[in-house]
Design a protein around this ligand. Structure first.
Ligand SMILES: Cc1cc2nc3c(=O)[nH]c(=O)nc-3n(C[C@H](O)[C@H](O)[C@H](O)COP(=O)(O)O)c2cc1C
Length: 191
């Protein structure tokens, strides 16, 4: 890489400027779960993304200072629970709101296990059981690649998203109708 370009990239972007830019990116809200039995914890994330369909893999970016990180690395399994719009309280618990830690974050919701033994959230839009396939540790975070072992879906459709520092509900029935209104004129303008 050209050294002038590297200098610009490293020196000129303040963290707040980057944070401000990323507020514009709408993220689906998931809860990552790790551990087994009473030694469980988890965290709210928006960084889940699918990596490949065949084989089924996904990625998530996890802060290496979080309480979930050492357990995930040690045991090599995690759950991805894609939250429904009515699971805002679960999202808040798993940010550690009010000082909640570990197993206390799980109270007030129903959990099951499948192949790996990590807790999976009943009523999540999808709860995905994963085995760690690879980890890239970079800066404050680790990019975790998960191989999908099993999937549980609920049939709910309204999703929980995070945008501009706020939780928002994305409802298939209501918002699909609004999107259709927006996309119809665009489609006809393109001919
Ligand atoms: C909407 C939202 C999205 C978040 N996304 C991530 C994420 O993708 N990766 C991450 O490491 N932390 C993310 N966090 C922060 C973690 O939820 C939070 O640091 C963690 O739950 C604290 O964990 P600990 O108390 O177990 O250390 C997010 C927080 C919020 C509110």
């Amino acid at each position: 890489m050209n050294s002038a370009v590297r200098h610009l990239t490293l020196a000129d972007i303040a963290p707040d400027e980057f944070r401000g830019a990323m507020r514009h990116l709408t993220g689906g809200v998931s809860v990552i779960t790790v551990g087994q039995g009473k030694d469980i914890t988890g965290m709210t994330v928006t960084s889940v993304s699918s990596l490949s369909v065949d084989p089924p893999t996904l990625i998530v970016s996890i802060n290496r200072e979080s309480s979930s990180w050492p357990i995930l690395r040690r045991l090599g399994f995690f759950g991805v629970n894609i939250l429904a719009a009515n699971q805002l309280d679960v999202a808040e618990r798993f940010t550690g709101k009010g000082g909640l830690k570990g197993a206390d974050r799980f109270t007030g919701a129903q959990w099951t296990t499948r192949i790996s033994g990590v807790p999976l959230l009943a009523g999540a839009l999808a709860a995905i059981d994963c085995q760690v396939e690879d980890i890239v540790e970079r800066h404050s975070h680790a990019i975790v690649i998960g191989r999908v072992l099993d999937i549980q879906t609920s049939g709910h459709t309204a999703a929980l998203a995070y945008w501009q520092g706020r939780y928002v509900a994305v409802d298939q029935d209501e918002d699909a109708a609004k999107l259709a209104e927006v996309s119809l004129p665009l489609a006809s303008a393109r001919g």
